[in-house]
Design a binder for this molecule. Sequence first.
Ligand SMILES: Nc1nc2c(ncn2[C@@H]2O[C@H](COP(=O)(O)OP(=O)(O)OP(=O)(O)O)[C@@H](O)[C@H]2O)c(=O)[nH]1
Ligand SMILES: [Mg+2]
Length: 315
Amino acid sequence: MDRSETRRVKALPHRSGFVGIVGRPNVGKSTILNYYLGEKVTIVSPRPQTTRHRILGVLTREHAQVMLLDTPGLQEPEHTLGRYMLKVAKGVLEEADVVVAVIDARVGLTTHDTWMFDDISRVLRQRRGGSATPTALLAINKVDLVKKPRLLPLLDACAKLGLFADCVPVSALTGEQMDVLLERIIAHLPEGPQWYEPRQRTDQTTPQRIRELIREQLLLATRQEVPHAVAVLVDNIEERPRVMAIQATIFVERPGQKAIVIGRGGALLKRIGQLARQELERLLGRKVYLGLWVKVAEEWRSDERILRQLGYIAE
Ligand SMILES: Nc1nc2c(ncn2[C@@H]2O[C@H](COP(=O)(O)OP(=O)(O)OP(=O)(O)O)[C@@H](O)[C@H]2O)c(=O)[nH]1
Ligand SMILES: [Mg+2]
């Protein structure tokens, strides 16, 4: 290595750390993670409260490893599942090196956003006493949906909050300014080693990814309260010579919801199964047979035993 090369390497230290993506439901947190990973690591839907877990997406670059953490949308919990989701999101604030708060450019700043900022500000203040110095960035997402003149006052208001090191208007759908956001994220990460093998993109197990892809199709195919009342459990995965056979149970809370999910003559469940199978074949890179059952588990969202069985509460 000659001298100029040594200088270049020194000028670019390797950075790594956890980046918590937080925000109200539906602002596009999961879309941001998927954009950077270039694949569907976490599911996305137009329904609020799509994400229910903390989901890791590892982005490996030459001089940085960014461990992106997708979180459930921040909102007042209405049941045990909601309390678990809030705990997960707040837990990420406690451990992230960089917090990316996301708001929806179309909606602007809401009271809920302000509550979230208060939470972020409190946690960061507490943590700044310690050895780590977390930084907060703001992503104003969905700018493809707003006209520039509307964006400027919002950007100004966000900058005036004094909480964020940078406020970046982005579109996770079109990719606009996403490189700028990533560059800002990396700039605020501490120096550190590569923690994950570059090949490892997420910490989710295959059954967890399967379950989420099936749930995604249920969210896309149903309306009103049904998407929120749905959970999926993978019962069995069997490697057969030409096909991977997957059996899964869909949980709903009421018999009426079961009827909706099944549809007239089983039509909706069949369609959900077909679309989920295509997603699973893409994920697993092989032919899939998917067997789906629908089961009513009354008020499962408030039932700790079922929540544990579904993996929403750690054992
Ligand atoms: N037009 C537009 N739509 C977007 C953008 N980012 C996300 N969306 C859409 O917004 C909806 C919600 O996206 P998600 O990524 O699931 O939002 P989330 O914040 O993860 O939502 P929860 O998991 O429910 O908290 C989906 O329909 C996305 O396609 C964007 O930049 N532009
Ligand atoms: Mg999400």
